[in-house]
Design a protein around this ligand. Sequence first.
Ligand SMILES: *Cc1c(COP(=O)(O)O)cnc(C)c1O
Length: 421
Amino acid sequence: MKYKPHTSLIHAPRKAPQFISTIQPPIYRASTIIFENTDALFNRHWTDDYDYSYGTHGTPTTFTLGDNIAQLEGGEYCLLAPSGLSAINLVNSCFLSHGDEVWVSDNIYGPNMEHLRSLESKYGIVVKIYNPIDVTSFQPSAKAKLIWLEAAGSVTLEFPDLIGLVNKAKSLQILTALDNTWGAGLAFNAFSFRNKISSEKNSKGESFGDEHIDSENLAVDITVHALTKYPSGGGDILMGSIVTQNKTLHHALFRMHALQGISISGDDVAQIQRSLASMPLRYQHQSQSALKLKDWLKEQVEFNQVIHPADESSPGHKYWKEICQTQQSAGLVSVIFNEKYNLTDIRYFCDNLKLFKLGFSWGGPLSLVMLYNLNDMRQLKNSHLQPGLLVRFCIGLEEPEDLIQDIENALKQLREHKNKE
Ligand SMILES: *Cc1c(COP(=O)(O)O)cnc(C)c1O
C-alpha cells in the first residue's frame, strides 16, 4: 500500500532486523511502548523487568545499564534515577513515614542531610546523627527504620565501621542503605562482607571480636550510587542508581519510582553504559594517583592533617582495611590547613591552582578542588579531625607529577603572600 507523505514518514517501511550484533547495544527512547495486540496489553506486568509497558517503567536500554550496575555492586536488582540525589530521595520517601527515626553519619553527603531535615520539618520523621567511626554513638530507639552509611564519608573521608554498624542495624531489623559512590562497586562488595571476614579469620586464626562475626552473610540492604561520578567518568552526565538484593525491597522501590514518574533519557543511559567498560581502569589509575599525591601532601608543613582512607593515620583506616579487599581507594584526598591560614589565604591558594579547577563533583577526567569550613558542616565533636579549613582534591586522569607541581606552585605563592603580611 502506498501512503501519502504525512503517513509514510511515520509508518516507515524499513524495520531494524531482529538480530544484528554491535559492540554497544541499540538505544531505545520510549514514552509509549506499542503492544502487539490486546492480549499483550491485558497481560502486561509493569513491575517485571522483562515486561515493557511504558517509558517510565523501563526500556531494554535502562534495564541493560541497571543489570550492569547491579552486577558491578554485587546485588540483584537496580533502578535508575536522574541523579544521585534523586536516588537518595527515592529511598527516603519510599521507606520513611511519620514518626520513623532515621540515622545518618555526621559526614554524610550534605544534600542527603538537607533532604532529611526537610522531611523532618514537613512530615515528622526524626533525624539522628552518629559518628561513623564509633559504633557506640549509634543508639537506635524502637522507632528506628533506616540507617544511612557512606564509605568513605563525603569531604572528610573517614572510613566507617561498616561491619560494626551493619551488624548492629541488622540485629535490630533496621534497614541499611549505603551511599556507594566512593567505592563504586570496585573498592569493596557492599552485598557481601563475608568473604573478607572468613578469610581474615582463616589466615590469622582469629576473628574481629564477637560483635563482628555473628552474621553469616553480612551486607547492606540497599546501595545508592551517583553514576554521575565514576561510571559516567566524563563530568557531563547526571544519573543515580539504587541496587538491592531483595525482591520485596526492590518492588517497593520500583513502585515508588513509577509513581513518582522518574525517568531518564535513553541517550544519557547509553552514554553511561558506554563509559562502564573503562571505569575499572580509570578508577585504578585515579586511586594510584591519589596515593602518590597524599604521600607528597603529608610532607608539606602547611597541612595539619592529610586524610585518605588508605593512609594509616586516617580516621577509620582499620575499617578500610577490613572491607576493601582490593586495596583500592578512589581518587579523593582531603587536607586540613594549619589554623594560621584563614579563609582569605585558602581562597588565595585555590585561586592560584592552574590544573585543579574549582568545582563540585568528581570522577571525571579533570582534577577538581573544593574548600570547606567544617565548623559549618558537622554537628558532633570530631576529635579525630584537626581544626582548620579543609580543601578536598579530586584527582582526574592527568599525570600525578603535574598535579603535584600545580599544588607546589600554589603553596609557594601562599607562603610568599603570608610573608608579606
Ligand atoms: C555526587 C554525590 C551524590 C549525588 O550525586 P548527583 O548525581 O550529583 O546528584 C551523592 N552522594 C555522593 C557521595 C556524591 O559524591
